[in-house]
Design a protein around this ligand. Sequence first.
Ligand code: ZN
Length: 265
Amino acid sequence: MTFFGGVAVVMAIETVWPLRAVSGTPVWRWINNLALTVVDYAVLLGISPWLALLVVNLVGMDNPGLLHKAGAGPWVSFFTVLFCLQFAAYWLHRAFHAVPVLWRIHTVHHCDPEVDATTANRHHPLEPIIGALAMLPVVVILGPDPMAILGYNILVAAVAVVSHGNFSFGPRLDGLLRLFIVTPDFHRMHHSTERQYTDSNYATILPVFDYVFRTATRLPTEQQKTMRLGLPYFRDRKFSRLDQMFLIPFLPRRSPDQPPLRNKA
Ligand SMILES: [Zn+2]
């Protein structure tokens, strides 16, 4: 419920100070995006006990993690978790763009023709499952205090909602904030229809890895007001409908712009 409270706050900000003119049918998008968000949270809730069981089966009841063995305090645990999981999340996000079968799943997030707070968790349910399984080894190796994981997950959710918001902190404040944290102007580039920008700004909280691995891009806030968002394909209104969003990864290739499932030899 806290997540949806955050969405409501950012939606209020977007309504009062929108960066981009709202076009199309926003209420239709909002309802379907939020319905998919509910499904995703239900899926995560459903798989959580199984993930815990998997960990217990793999490593037993004792926590063999590095942070646990080192007796790290809550803040050391939190910042270590933040840095390590963000590093893993950066590369996982790049894999979702680079591997055709993963891109088909991630397409559901990117084919939203507008980007706002409701886009934040518009993910095909397979994506959070893959994400949780991919992050699991990192968490087991670190073995942090559960509060550090809880804090990280709250931060991920909060930054996701804010960074998808249809508003801007303004060029000056954004220029400062984007050095440390993902801002709406930073992340909006990632939702451009132009592939060179879609394949950039992968960070979800810490932009540092985009700077280090040279995947950070930037366009002035003014240009972002009219920049085309979404994908060149799956633009039809029906692809924002809940049932269609489940099917998108399995639909035949729609356009020459869409990467094939297999690279031709
Ligand atoms: Zn992406």
